[in-house]
Each structure stands twice: as structure tokens, then as C-alpha cells.
Design a protein around this ligand. Structure first.
Ligand code: C2G
Length: 148
């Protein structure tokens, strides 16, 4: 059984997260996702829209995820790797180099981040007026309705 692990907030779950999980799961048999608790997010300087419990429920529902654990501290990763007999630690490449020391315990991979989407990008876009939003392919806006 080859176990993979990754860590993150995973707020406003989006296809960038799904693509990360899909690629990580393809590296082994079991994917564990450590979801940052609200308290840990505060230490990271992040305020998620969804609570830890809500984000965990969403992540757990993803077909590529086999297990969800809480991420409460920066330095829990080594213990988790040993506890869950992890073969691969993986993150998006915005973290490249940050966790190389874990290479003493398991393989460390940084996968290409999915461009143009992020939880903060979604929040910023939704804060704008509809006309100014980045995503204009919403066929349901009144002026795009076709008269059938
Ligand atoms: N990610 C991605 N593509 C995106 C957005 C995010 O691949 N478009 C990846 C990130 O690279 C990260 C993971 O999804 O590996 C989770 O991203 P966040 O929820 O933003 O997590 P972060 O705040 O980076 O916390 O100890 C590690 C931290 O908890 C990571």
C-alpha cells in the first residue's frame, strides 16, 4: 500500500484542488489530506470562508481522497509521515523547496499548480460587480439569454 499525503486549507474547493488530488492519488494507492484547522489558519494569517469541519466534509467527498486528518501545526508533517507510513509527500509547486527536509523520510514531490484559479481569486472576483468579474463564460446572465 503506497500512501501519499498533502496539506492545505482547501477553502472554496475548486478544480485546482481536484487536479492536485487526482495527480497525487495517481502516484499511489491511498491519499491522505491534512486540512488546516481554523486555529492553524489563523497562525498562517488566513481566514477561510468555510470552517474546518465544512472544508473537511467537502475534501472527504472528493473521489481521490481516502482520509482526512487535521493540520494543527507546521511541524506535524514528519510525525504524520511516520504514523501513516507515507511513501510520498506532495504539494503544489508554490511550495517548492519548503519541505525538502522531509526527503529524509519519504519522496517529496511538488506538482505544477493549476494556474488562474485560487480561493483568494474567487473571493476577489465575487467581490466585484458581475460585469467586472474575471469569469465571463456564465451563460445564465440576463443579457446572454438566448430566446428559445
Ligand atoms: N493548489 C494548486 N492549484 C491551485 C491552488 C492551490 O495546486 N490553483 C495547491 C497548493 O499548491 C497547495 C494546495 O493546493 O499545495 C492547497 O492550497 P491552499 O489551500 O492554499 O493551502 P496553503 O494555504 O498553501 O497551505 O502546511 C502546508 C499548508 O497548510 C499549505
Amino acid at each position: 500500500m503506497k500512501t501519499i499525503i498533502t496539506y492545505g486549507t482547501f477553502d472554496l474547493f475548486h478544480y485546482g484542488h481536484v487536479r492536485l488530488f487526482k495527480r497525487l492519488k495517481a502516484l499511489g494507492d491511498k491519499l491522505i489530506v491534512a486540512v488546516s484547522t481554523d486555529e492553524f489558519n489563523a497562525k498562517k494569517g488566513k481566514a477561510a470562508f468555510f470552517s474546518y469541519l465544512q472544508r473537511s466534509e467537502i475534501v472527504e467527498a472528493c473521489q481521490y481522497v481516502d482520509m482526512v486528518i487535521p493540520e494543527t501545526r507546521w511541524d506535524q508533517k514528519a510525525k504524520d509521515i511516520c504514523r501513516y507510513d507515507v511513501s510520498v509527500f506532495g504539494m503544489g509547486d508554490d511550495w517548492r523547496g519548503e519541505f525538502d527536509e522531509l526527503g529524509l523520510l519519504c519522496e517529496v514531490v511538488y506538482l505544477d499548480r493549476t494556474g488562474e484559479i485560487s480561493s483568494s481569486e474567487i473571493k476577489n472576483s465575487l467581490a466585484k460587480k458581475p460585469a467586472d468579474r474575471a469569469n465571463t463564460n456564465n451563460a445564465c446572465t440576463p443579457n446572454n439569454k438566448t430566446n428559445k
